[in-house]
Design a protein around this ligand. Sequence first.
Ligand SMILES: CC(C)(COP(=O)(O)OP(=O)(O)OC[C@H]1O[C@@H](n2cnc3c(N)ncnc32)[C@H](O)[C@@H]1OP(=O)(O)O)[C@@H](O)C(=O)NCCC(=O)NCCS
Length: 192
Amino acid sequence: MIRIRRACPSDASVIGAIHVATWRNAYAGVLPESYLKSLSPLRHAVGYEQAISERRHGHAVFVAVATGEDAPLGAEDAATVVGFISGGKSRRAAENSAGEVETLYLLDDYRERGVGRRLMRAMAAHLAAIGCRSVMLWVLKDNPARWFYARLGGRQVAREVIRFAGQMMEQIAVDWDPIETLLAATATAPER
Ligand SMILES: CC(C)(COP(=O)(O)OP(=O)(O)OC[C@H]1O[C@@H](n2cnc3c(N)ncnc32)[C@H](O)[C@@H]1OP(=O)(O)O)[C@@H](O)C(=O)NCCC(=O)NCCS
């Protein structure tokens, strides 16, 4: 079984580890190897722990937790965090009613089972509850996750070139406006 719940500070170390593992995997060959090697699970864990505890600007983190036969091999008796999503009020938008998804990462073995959609659903419901009327996010143009967002009805509304890890990269802004379009696209989120 895979359950979605709000993260607590004790989840931060696993979240930091998943963040770094998925970056190393998703951006191999895209970002410099030296940069990927230098990523620190501990440093990310500290940042997530702070974000989870402080809840500033409506910030929230939700985790996907696997148990029983869905748990990783050898961990069937424990509840294991296998993915997460974070977000809150938009970091850039002038209006206070725009929400932003900041990160969304799932371990390899838990993809294509509807968990990403369920995490997006949890975040959309949270953002709607704190008064957001739209949701946006940034995704690197070369990241296949952009097609996942398109599948959920996200519209490409802007693109920009950023300097990241010493190289120029194109990223795309995706949005759901109004937020109800994302709530509708994630409404039926069965576990597979
Ligand atoms: C992106 C990610 C979160 C998607 O989660 P997921 O659980 O695999 O996605 P779901 O199973 O909920 O998929 C929902 C729908 O999107 C589709 N989809 C998922 N990933 C897709 C992709 N890369 N390309 C096209 N469609 C995709 C699914 O087939 C499914 O379609 P359906 O409505 O016909 O069933 C996951 O692949 C991931 O963690 N990727 C690596 C990290 C990353 O790049 N994160 C995004 C950073 S911006």
